[in-house]
Write a protein that binds this ligand. Structure first.
Ligand code: CO
Length: 651
């Protein structure tokens, strides 16, 4: 055994008392667990059955909120994110709550103004948040200043993160070496961090790098050190153990059904591994087993269809090969598939490190993983031999301007110049704290949304997500009926679907008959994978089970776990293009219309921005292909469009 972990007089009973230095554990099942495995689709009603049991385990904290939950809940689940916090607090009374806060990005994808950042943290604290795990994608702690002021003012726990990233296969090299991480830890401690988290979002931290890293951090700062490491590459259980041997204070795990794959190491093996040592968690394995039964039997069947079960392997070997986050890779795969370009994946792997280097060798974590990922796909699909970076996303332009903060190394000067040509804020990048150039946003948001935002919580939601936030508030206050796609799947539907699979396996599936009743708009479609065959099954909740399509000739390579597109009825709902005059502007990818900068009848010059299209959470400004007059705009803000949809024509 190592110098840090030793056996103590052995007592394996549930009430075996407290070890000398127990490893503290934060559970992630209710946030990062389902975010990693089930595209963040976990519903509050499915957390309640285990909430009180989880409160009895003895976790240091339970992560319940933040990250992608805020976005996904209002966008895809028709759930008020604030309400989840208040509801879970009624069931989990003893264990502190933790949230993942993207610093000045809050729970969105860009830096927000200070007034919104103060208001968000204040309201999160008021609604029940205890621990604010805060990170900045660039590790630029100037982006912490505002939120930390408010976390402290609210009397809450400020956990500062260091995003763990590499440029080499192992810790070290020019940029991300041991000194980089100890310097960051010192900076966090001097900002008043109550604990420091090594955030290994991609599962890149190798066990024998974790050991010296945790040792060095423990020797450098006095606050507790917390390790967050994703399983993706398969290394994290080993990494946890070496971190424990090096004296890490807190680790993150998931309950077994929410563990592994792109999620986290499971709790239960860790509890048993440490049993009887001076770092024994003290947890009762029987209690954990009881929670697992509820999750397995009553909850997870409703989410199984979201699990990417296209591969037998639970380890993403690509992470070991490419050092890119697993979530980012699956986003890239989904994006390429939507654009019928999956065959370009190897080019994407080759282009990605180049784009990252051009953009200042930044860590890859939300939102920088999306920024680098989408730009990489854009380059692979749209660049020509004589022009690189032909289609630059708004977010890359913002990054080049300095709006996300300081990059680890300078951005490629040529790219920066190209990206900032005609950039609305100016062509000279800033060097100050990004939020200093942002105008206050709350009053403007209030003026836009008016009385549809009833309180500050509504307003904050709208301010961060103007398009989907407005839609959600319309559902919430009964102005518009929520579509079937955002409704929960019931166990009854799950059982009906399982029946279909059984029949498919028995070869009893039949083609749809001509007398099949009309489909209603409540129809839900499921992708069902049986062995190597893929069935598209539609379930209409108001009627009988019906309409079974023949197996598709080309089985899909990846299951329907697309984090963004799977649930929204995107492409199928788009109208077929109608013949138009002039030069048409086509949607180069499926996405959602954010806004039109022009209206019918406006005259435009070639290169003028016409419409902003959001795809994979990145905004793309689409420009006029020629001079002329805009005609034939058929979409409005919030509409989803298919690839190739006619966005307008120029005559
Ligand atoms: Co994570």
């Amino acid at each position: 055994m190592s110098d840090q972990v030793k056996m103590t007089p052995v007592d394996y009973s549930a009430d075996r008392g407290v070890a000398e230095n127990p490893v503290k554990v934060m559970d992630l099942s209710l946030r990062d667990g389902h975010q990693s495995l089930f595209a963040t689709r976990g519903r509050t009603e499915d957390m309640i059955p285990v909430a009180e049991m989880m409160d009895e385990v003895g976790f240091w904290a339970i992560e319940t909120w933040g990250g992608a939950t805020f976005d996904t809940m209002h966008r895809f689940l028709n759930e008020d994110p604030w309400e989840r916090l208040r509801t879970l607090k009624r069931y989990i009374k003893k264990t502190p709550f933790s949230m993942l806060l993207r610093a000045q990005n809050l729970v969105g994808y860009r830096n927000y103004a200070d007034d919104l950042a103060y208001a968000f943290v204040d309201r999160a604290a008021e609604n029940g948040m205890d621990i604010f795990r805060t990170f900045d994608a660039l590790n630029d702690y100037r982006n912490f200043e505002t939120v930390v002021k408010q976390i402290k003012k609210s009397g809450k726990h400020f956990q500062g993160c260091i995003c763990y990233t590499l440029t080499e296969p192992r810790l070290g090299g020019e940029v991300y070496n041991l000194k980089y991480y100890t310097d960051k830890a010192k900076a966090l401690e001097s900002m008043g961090a109550d604990s420091i988290c090594v955030k290994d979002m991609a599962g890149l931290l190798a066990p024998y790098d974790a050991y010296p890293l945790i040792k060095a951090l423990k020797a450098t700062v006095s606050v507790p050190i917390h390790l967050h490491s994703h399983f993706t590459s398969g290394m994290s259980p080993m990494t946890h153990l070496k971190a424990i041997e090096a004296g890490v204070d807190i680790i993150d795990t998931c309950m077994t059904p929410y563990a592994y794959r792109t999620s986290h190491a499971a709790l239960e093996p860790m509890v048993m591994s440490l049993l009887g040592t001076n770092r024994d968690t003290g947890f009762d394995i029987q209690k954990l087993a009881a929670i697992n039964v509820v999750l397995e039997k009553e909850i997870l069947p409703k989410y199984k269809h979201l699990l990417d079960d296209s591969k037998v392997s639970i380890i993403d070997i690509n992470v070991l090969l490419h050092q890119t986050p697993g979530g980012m890779l699956s986003n890239l795969v989904n994006q390429l598939r939507e654009m019928d370009a999956l065959d370009k994946i190897d080019e994407v792997y080759k282009e990605l490190p180049k784009v990252r280097k051009d953009l200042g060798q930044i860590p890859l974590v939300t939102p920088t993983s999306q920024i680098v990922g989408v730009q990489t796909v854009n380059n692979v699909l749209h660049d020509t031999p004589d022009e690189r970076y032909k289609m630059i996303t708004s977010q890359v332009k913002d990054l080049c301007y300095g709006l996300y903060g300081k990059t680890a190394v300078p951005i490629d000067a040529e790219l920066q110049k190209k990206a900032l040509k005609g950039y609305p804020r100016g062509e000279v990048p800033i060097t100050c704290r990004p939020a200093e150039v942002l105008e206050p946003e709350l009053d403007k948001a209030k003026a836009e949304i008016g009385s549809l935002a009833v309180d500050m919580d509504d307003l904050i939601l709208y301010a961060q997500f103007p398009v989907t936030g407005r839609k959600f508030l319309e559902w919430k206050y009964g102005k518009v009926e929520a579509p079937a796609a955002v409704k929960a799947i019931t166990m009854k539907e799950v059982k009906a679907k399982d029946e279909i699979i059984k029949k498919a396996k028995a070869g009893e599936l039949i083609e749809a008959k001509p007398e099949t009743p009309e489909k209603t708009e409540n129809i839900r479609s499921f992708n069902v994978f049986v062995d190597n065959e893929f069935f598209s099954v539609e379930v209409d909740p108001t009627g009988e089970m019906q309409a079974v399509a023949a197996p598709m000739s080309q089985p899909r390579a990846v299951a329907a776990a697309a984090p963004v597109a799977a649930v929204a009825p995107v492409a199928a709902a788009a109208p077929a293009p109608t013949p138009v005059d002039g030069t048409v502007l086509l949607a180069p990818m499926p996405g959602m219309i954010v806004s039109y900068a022009k209206k019918d009848g406006d005259t435009v010059k070639k290169g003028d921005s016409i419409v902003v299209l959001e795809a994979m959470k990145m905004e793309n400004s689409l420009t006029a292909p020629c001079d002329g007059t805009v005609q034939g705009i058929k979409f409005v803000s919030g509409d989803t469009v298919a690839k190739g949809a006619v966005l307008c024509s120029i005559v």
